[in-house]
Design a binder for this molecule. Structure first.
Ligand SMILES: [Zn+2]
Length: 203
């Protein structure tokens, strides 16, 4: 019979994406046996509640007190307001694109993986429409969605939603990442070379 705190820790770890019951239990014992790592983890989990979202692109940022406007570095940089908007599903995709340094415009983070089957409330479709309709200078919207079959299908209705909201829709080009991205591959796991090619060949 497992002591309840170990069972509880394992149950919580199991709720994380991609973790099965055996892995969760192994992690719980690992944490039990390493006091320093346990303390580090505790501190990191406490600090993570100080993370908020950029008001413009919804990227996760550290919230410092007394800031009137919460903007991330990309939204704060006037050089990046060049009329291109790159729509990503998750923060991890944005981080990967930034690491590859393939995009010099602004971002929008949907906050979840798109699915054709349903429109989850957690995905910021309305916020995206608002962002697009309020930007008069928008020239290109890049839908940087992972080229999985779900992503491909979802891109179609997302494209329609975006077109309807653009203030001058006839002047706004909507593109997707191009060849180079392996079919079924996900942006967050793509290497820099692949992302560079995909951004260059967007269509
Ligand atoms: Zn931002």
């Amino acid at each position: 019979m497992l002591p309840p705190p170990i069972r509880e820790t394992a149950d919580l770890i199991r709720r994380l994406p991609g973790i099965g019951p055996r892995q969760a239990l192994r992690c719980a014992f690992y944490i039990l046996r390493r006091p320093q790592e346990r303390e580090d983890l505790k501190r990191a989990l406490e600090n993570i509640s100080n993370i908020g979202n950029c008001e413009k692109c919804f990227r996760a940022i550290s919230i410092t007190q007394n800031t009137a406007q919460r903007l991330c570095t990309s939204c704060h940089d006037p050089k990046r307001a060049n009329g291109t908007l790159c729509v990503v599903e998750e923060d991890t995709d944005l981080e990967q694109l930034e690491k590859a340094a393939v995009f010099k415009g602004q971002y929008f983070v949907l906050g979840g993986r798109l699915s054709i089957a349903y429109h989850p409330q957690s995905i910021r479709i309305n916020e995206l429409k608002q962002r697009v309709s309020s930007d008069q200078n928008l020239k290109e919207i890049i839908l940087a969605l992972s080229p999985t079959s779900e992503g491909n299908a979802a891109a179609l209705w997302l494209k329609q939603a975006v077109i309807e909201s653009a203030s001058s829709s006839e002047n706004v080009k909507i593109t997707r990442l191009g060849i180079g991205m392996p079919s079924g591959g996900e942006i967050e796991y793509a290497d820099e070379e692949t992302l560079r090619g995909a951004m260059k060949n967007r269509n």
